[in-house]
Design a protein around this ligand. Structure first.
Ligand code: COA
Length: 359
């Protein structure tokens, strides 16, 4: 049977995450995402996705140190980064650097440690490439900071504020994993040939670059910029809807209720409200746009998707738009590597058929 794009075809059975579109639920390892991420760091949440358990209290510090250890990259990585064309897109350069990751010891490490190493290395590479692109000096990783704070530190060379770290970490934890999306599938297909985790993540990064997968939040930024102030929302949105345009950051293929990730990101925005006019505009715009969509498209259940508040949060922490997809990848590498581990544990090579329809 031929199914274009494998739509609705179940290609994998997984214990990592469940996306329940009708109920508006996302579960990591059987637990609601909101419960899973509360009171757990990026490192602990990643470990939970990889293993199904949180590290015991006395292992949490060791896990953090393991992440710190793998922030140190071999010197040849920086040499390659310096040779890459400045104007090339960051996602291309991240794919190249990650694919060059090699360490004699690496392939003999347990899979979860391999996952820690790559998850820890990717933001270091990204910050290095970003600073080179801007003609700025590379900042060395900090041994004191957690995963998220270190990323901000290496990007900006300043100690990030707690609110900034928390906002970004909430986004990263919520977008680590989302079932069988295109990049995750690419990672699983690659490793199913008994290739390795570096190759699988390289495939996934190539897949993530496409605008149909990793590239939507900048559309929300343009929308909010066009709205500009709360009293303009109604006229801007009405004009767009009358012209048949889709409103960026609203609607979802799977969720028929509110996207649970959007609810949590909105909560974070509300906590930060008053600290940034962008967040205030986003919170107000959501209310007005949801109402307008409901009036114009009754019964379609159109709500904000994860991109809407992700964009607001990124903007409020002054993350430049060219870093949106790279930052999404820094989160999703956890899901990719979790799926690689699951695939390796019970592997069958992906080998679908093609149907010849030529002459
Ligand atoms: N703005 C206005 N109308 C929208 C809309 C939006 N953002 N999203 C869906 N609709 C409309 C559709 O045009 C359709 O109208 P119709 O019944 O009159 O033909 C109706 O709502 C139902 O659409 P639905 O089947 O629920 O959505 P879809 O599966 O066709 O599209 C998306 C899903 C995500 C592609 C779509 O919602 C979209 O383009 N959103 C904006 C882009 C975006 O935010 N992308 C990031 C996704 S994470």
């Amino acid at each position: 049977m031929f199914q274009k794009g494998l739509k609705d075809v179940v290609a994998v059975q997984t214990k990592i995450a469940a996306v329940e579109g009708n109920k508006g639920e996302l579960r990591y390892r059987g637990r609601l995402v909101e419960e899973t991420i509360a009171n757990h760091s990026f490192e602990e949440t990643a470990y939970f996705l990889w293993t199904g358990e949180f590290p015991p209290d006395d292992r949490s510090e060791a896990l953090k140190l393991q992440f710190v250890k793998y922030r140190s990259l071999p010197p040849y990585i920086q040499m390659i980064a310096e040779e890459l064309p400045r104007e090339a897109p960051l996602m291309d350069k991240m794919r190249t650097l990650l694919s060059a990751y090699y360490d004699q010891e690496y392939l003999s490490l347990p899979p979860v440690v391999q996952a820690v190493a790559l998850t820890s290395a990717l933001p270091v590479m990204t910050a290095m490439l970003y600073r080179l692109q801007k003609g700025k000096e590379i900042i060395a990783p900090s041994n004191q900071l957690g995963h998220t704070a270190n990323y901000l530190w290496m990007l900006n060379g300043e100690n990030p504020a707690d609110a900034q770290i928390e906002a970004l970490e909430t986004y990263l934890k919520l977008t680590m994993e989302h079932g069988m999306n295109a990049s995750t599938f690419a990672a699983r297909v690659t490793v199913s040939t008994e290739s390795d985790m570096v190759a699988a993540v390289t495939s996934a990064l190539g897949t993530m670059k496409g605008p149909l997968h990793g590239g939507a939040p900048s559309g929300v930024i343009s929308l909010l910029e066009e709205i500009g102030s709360a009293e303009r929302t109604q006229s801007v949105i009405t004009r767009k809807l009358e012209g048949g345009e889709k409103i960026m950051g609203f609607g979802h293929r799977i969720y028929r209720t509110e996207d649970p990730r959007s609810i949590l990101l909105r909560r974070k925005c509300l906590e930060l409200q008053g600290s940034d006019p962008w967040l205030d505009l986003a919170v107000d715009a959501e209310k007005q746009i949801t109402q307008l969509l409901n009036e114009r498209k009754p019964g379609r259940a159109l709500y904000t998707n994860v991109e809407f508040y992700a964009a607001a949060i990124m903007r409020s922490i002054e993350m430049p738009p060219e870093l949106f997809t790279p930052t999404f990848s820094i989160a999703r590498i956890v899901g990719w590597t979790a799926h690689v581990i699951e695939q390796q544990a019970d592997n069958v090579i992906f080998r679908p058929q093609s149907e010849y329809v030529g002459n």
